[in-house]
Each structure stands twice: as C-alpha cells, then as structure tokens.
Design a protein around this ligand. Structure first.
Ligand code: SF4
Ligand code: SF4
Length: 216
C-alpha cells in the first residue's frame, strides 16, 4: 500500500483511480471527516446527557461521593481498555485501516488516532471475537445508564437511552452500511460491494479466501 497522507487508499489501487472504481462512494475506504461527524455526534449526545444526569444525581443526593468517584475512574479505565486493548484486538486489528505497517496509529472515521497495539490480521473476525465485540459495546453504552438508574435520574436515563438507540439506527444506515471492516457483526455492506472491494485488496482477499469466503 502507498505511503501518502491521511486520505491514502486502503486498497491496492492508486488514489487517482478512485473515480473509476466500482465501489467508489459505496464504502468509507478513505478518511472523510463527514463520516466521523455522523458517527460521533449521537455518542457525544448520549454522553453529555449521562454526565448531566449523573451530576444532577450527585447534587440531589442520589449518588454519594464514593459512588461518583468509582463511576468516573472505572468508566475511564474501561474506555482506555476498550479502545486500546479489547476493541483494538477483536475488531480493529482485522480492519484494512489497521494495515499500514509504517503507521503507529489508525486513521479511520470512527477511532481516528488510536494506537495500533496489535499486529494487523487481514482474516475475518472469529465468532468469539464477534460475540466479545457485542458484549464490549453493550458495556460501553450501558455502564453510564446503570448509574443513572442508581441515582434515580429516570428522565436522563430515558433521554440517554433514546439517543443511544438513535446512534445505533444512524450507525446502521450511515456507517455500518459503508464500513470496510466487513466481518464486524454490525456490518451490513452488500456482498456485491464486499466482493468488489476484495478484488482491490489482494492481502485481505487471500486471507478471506483461506477462511472459506467465496467471491461470486
Ligand atoms: S476501493 Fe476503490 S474507491 Fe476505495 S480507495 Fe480503493 S480505489 Fe478508491
Ligand atoms: S474503521 Fe472501525 S474497525 Fe476499522 S479501525 Fe476504525 S474503528 Fe476500527
């Protein structure tokens, strides 16, 4: 793969030829800040409502200081573990955005800047990794909600839950339908587009075919 800027292609085709490519516009195969904005805004919305609710709960006595400190440090600790170790391994290490060996950080629409702690694995995620990923994002989204319930901040809980659902739905249509990490359990890229992309990525194609994947 080529050594260009953050918009370099995650395939074997020259960047100048994207316009002629059959998957152009159907996949997020080059970094575009618009994709990041669509992905991140609902997450930030849910976090802001959760933080406001937890602070309100603390001020009104629904949470004590010890509980607040435990929540803050345990959740921050989980986020570091999630992004840098767990998700990094089970999901991102299989993604073509992870492939560039000369870069220490991933430059993708969703987790721009995370450190590549593992070796790139072009093969699809295993069933165990897919299950672990669902568990890991459930904790990611659910942990603050549990503390809103503990603090009896039911209105904040409902708003945060609604925004989280909006995030999942918007992600389904705006991100998961165009993400090049095809073996993610949330990925819904059509097989015809997956096949076309694999024809442009020899390393990934070989690894997928070795696992039994058949290109139509
Ligand atoms: S797969 Fe096609 S559209 Fe995507 S980066 Fe490569 S050449 Fe460009
Ligand atoms: S696009 Fe998704 S799977 Fe790929 S590196 Fe970024 S966050 Fe990880």
């Amino acid at each position: 793969m080529k050594n260009e800027d953050q918009k370099r292609n995650i395939c074997n085709v020259e960047a100048a030829n994207c316009q002629k490519c059959s998957v152009n516009g159907k996949l997020m195969c080059k970094f575009d800040i618009k994709d990041t904005i669509y992905f991140v805004i609902p997450v930030l919305g849910a976090w802001i409502v959760s933080v406001l609710g937890i602070l309100h709960g603390f001020i009104s006595g629904g949470l004590n200081t010890l509980q607040l400190i435990f929540l803050i440090f345990s959740y921050i600790g989980y986020l570091v573990f999630f992004f840098q170790v767990w998700e990094n391994k089970i999901l991102c290490s299989h993604c073509p955005y992870y492939a560039f060996e000369d870069e220490k950080n991933v430059k993708c629409y969703a987790n721009y800047g995370i450190y590549k702690a593992w070796k790139y694995n072009p093969a699809p995620m295993s069933r165990s990794e897919q299950i672990q990923f669902i568990i890991s994002i459930t904790i990611f989204a659910g942990y603050p909600l549990i503390f809103l319930l503990l603090a009896k901040m039911y209105i904040y809980f409902i708003i945060s839950l609604i925004i989280s659902i909006i995030w999942i739905v918007s992600m389904h249509f705006l991100s998961c339908s165009k993400c090049p990490n095809f073996s993610c359990p949330l990925n819904v890229v059509p097989k015809s587009v997956v096949d076309d992309y694999l024809r442009h990525n020899a390393v990934m194609r070989k690894a997928w075919e070795e696992q039994g994947y058949i290109i139509d």
